[in-house]
Design a protein around this ligand. Structure first.
Ligand SMILES: *Cc1c(COP(=O)(O)O)cnc(C)c1O
Length: 383
């Protein structure tokens, strides 16, 4: 096996999530599958072909580096968008490979125009406008110059989209800010329309927005976390369930993370367990080691409080999370042995460990925990 743990990716869960999201956004909105951050830790080169099998055709990544990985899948997708980092020197490569990209600064717009002219291929760009996130995006002042550049270079630029991104749609405390962003977006689109800028599609929504601000569901929606079966926040989940008078979570966790028992030992009452004095055996105990630690993305803040599943029981992690292993209290498992399955995230028997129970304890976001899963843990597609 070589590896100390493995990750399972469930096709049926993914199918269910995609179908749920498509129901929410409706058939007139194109679902853009956001696969940045190594497909939120699921493993981009496994996830994208699976998502393709499940019907997704449009993908968005953060960087040129990630775009190259999607390109390498050689799938016949419809659209691949770089939303963030793309060096000017890589723009010709992007254009030649039919990769679309966000443009949020003049340099990039000019580099794209020049490269397109030279290659005699139109650059497919998405103009990102500032609406209040204050991260990337043209201010309304800059937008005037952008329009001039676009109008002069219509043979070299194809404005596939005009877009913006919301600053915290998953949290009701940002309600006013988000409302202002949406108005700002609409105002600027009206202005662009007046200027007769030949753009094709509008997009603004992320996962939280398609639930909390349905008016942001435009020609496309860029959805990340929900495809993987996670809500952007508990609040969004509660809002959805309440509004639709539902009790069952329509989203299914796609990922499971599993390892095995590496060794078993007895510890006498009064002995310390692991580094330092964090954990002491209060009775004679049985402990097992699991070969997963913070080097594998298992947060150190789960020390002495995380849980794992072995033989269908929820068991406590004792002591510190080490670089490469954790120690688990298996006193209640008389028959536990080397090689037994250990579930770090997922189901076993009647029990389940969710990413959120995991992230609540470690004070990490779902997003952070997932994307920290190392690239080299093998991913296995299950049904
Ligand atoms: C990450 C990201 C998204 C997707 O966000 P989710 O909350 O995961 O749906 C959409 N748009 C942009 C620009 C992003 O960076």
């Amino acid at each position: 096996m070589f590896h100390t743990s493995y990750i399972e990716i469930s096709k049926s869960a993914l199918k269910a999530n995609i179908s749920f999201i498509n129901d929410v956004i409706g058939e007139n909105c194109e679902l853009i599958s956001v696969v940045k951050g190594n497909a939120y830790g699921h493993g981009l080169n496994y996830y994208v072909p699976l998502a393709y099998e499940c019907g997704l055709r449009s993908f968005a990544v953060f960087s040129a580096f990630e775009a190259r990985k999607v390109l390498d899948t050689q799938l016949d997708y419809k659209r691949l968008i770089i939303m963030g980092d793309l060096g000017d020197e890589d723009i010709p490569w992007a254009i030649e490979n039919n990769i679309e990209f966000f443009v949020f600064e003049m340099d990039r717009l000019k580099a794209a125009t020049e490269a397109a002219k030279r290659l005699k291929i139109k650059a497919k760009v998405h103009i990102e406008i500032e609406t209040g996130l204050n991260r990337t995006g043209f201010s309304s002042k800059e937008l005037k110059r952008v329009v001039d550049v676009i109008n002069v270079n219509q043979n070299d630029l194809l404005i596939e989209g005009v877009c913006s991104h919301l600053g915290g749609a998953e949290n009701i405390s940002n309600y006013l800010r988000i409302k202002k962003q949406i108005s700002s977006f609409n105002r600027q689109i009206k202005w662009l329309n007046k200027k007769e800028v030949p753009f094709i599609k509008l997009h603004l929504a992320c996962s939280a927005a398609i639930i909390n601000y349905p008016k942001t569901i435009l020609d496309m929606a860029r959805v990340g976390i929900m495809q993987y079966g996670f809500w952007p926040s508990k609040e969004v989940k509660m809002a959805y369930l309440a509004k639709n008078k539902k009790v069952d979570d329509p989203l299914k966790r796609v990922i499971s993370w599993k390892s095995k028992v590496m060794s078993v030992k007895q510890v006498s009452v009064g002995e310390f367990i692991g580094y330092g004095n964090v954990a002491m055996a209060e009775t004679d105990m049985k402990v097992v080691t699991v070969p997963v630690g913070y080097a594998h993305g298992f947060s150190r803040s789960l020390s002495n409080q995380g849980r794992v599943l072995i033989a269908g029981l929820r068991l406590n992690i004792i002591g510190m999370v080490n670089m490469n292993m954790i120690i688990v209290d298996a006193t209640n498992l008389p028959d536990v042995k080397k090689g037994d399955e250990v579930v770090l995230i997922g189901n076993q028997g009647e029990q389940s460990i969710s990413v959120s129970s995991f992230s609540d304890l470690s004070d990490q976001l779902n997003y952070e925990l997932l994307t920290r899963l190392p690239h080299d843990i093998p991913r296995i597609i299950t049904k």
